[in-house]
Design a protein around this ligand. Sequence first.
Ligand code: PLP
Length: 329
Amino acid sequence: MDLTPPTLTDVLAARRRIDGLVVRTPAMSYHALDRLVQEAGAGGSQVVVKHENLQRTGAFKIRGALNLIHQLSSDARLRGIVGYSTGNHAQALADAAREVGAPCTIVMPSAPNPIKERAVRALGARVVLHGESLDDARRLATATAHDRGARLVSAADEPELVAGVATATLELLEQAPDLDVLVVPVGGGSGAAAACLVTAALAPHVRVVGVQSAASPAAHDSWRAGELLGRRNGTRAEGLAVGRGFALTQGILRSHLAEFLLVDDDSISHAQRALLTTTRTVAEGAGAAALAGVLAHTEQFVGARVGVVCSGGNASEAELRRALTGPER
Ligand SMILES: *Cc1c(COP(=O)(O)O)cnc(C)c1O
């Protein structure tokens, strides 16, 4: 397995490779959201939301999937790809595989978010439901790929995914050149690692802050400990439901991440509601986690211009209902 971190050159190549295939998503500011964050305690701060919820397949992951799949040989494409995912990585792989005509099998933990499962099937992938957790799904996916000679695509230990995902940070730095902080939700860590690589090369004064759910703290705990750890994995936010640290992304986060915050799942629901009411944005839980991190730790953002990555919008009806009916704060 090649775990060499991508370079800025790789990121620029990825941008050319996927240009026209992905959306240049808007980066937007909202008076009502600024007021909310300021009143919560971050006086003088301003927020810029990077809207990857409006990306193709509803999350940033398609950037990485297209970059990876377009680099496979025609032979490898014929043998197909296998992935494991709670949903958005699956949609991205299925969509990218369909784009190049490669067969795609996705192993999802049982009881997936129904809108994500339907979307993966609709994109033509074969879906196998297996086990309780992403780790169970990973084991079956690994065996399946081995049996078929197919390419197993890890959720995070893939330099091509990180390079593709990093194109979102390139865009954001062009759209909002004066950021002080960039807040990124973390599951396997590809999004945060990508943000670290690009800011380190192009805007080293920007502090990259990761946010993870306290109910699934593997990446956070791995980063604090400086070693890859497995942890309980109980968050409702599927995009963040990862039970272990990944070598490639942890290595990058270790050198460049400025801070790593934990939030509880109810704060994430509250942030989903805030995005709905102040910005008319449908965010899934993981997509609202960065804002939840800002609202829960406002002391760290006083007076700052804060980029908040809204990483995805594939919310189930049940989670939107919970966000809207939860206690108002
Ligand atoms: C996958 C995902 C994340 C976490 O990204 P990683 O690169 O795994 O850390 C966050 N938000 C959404 C919407 C996702 O799909």
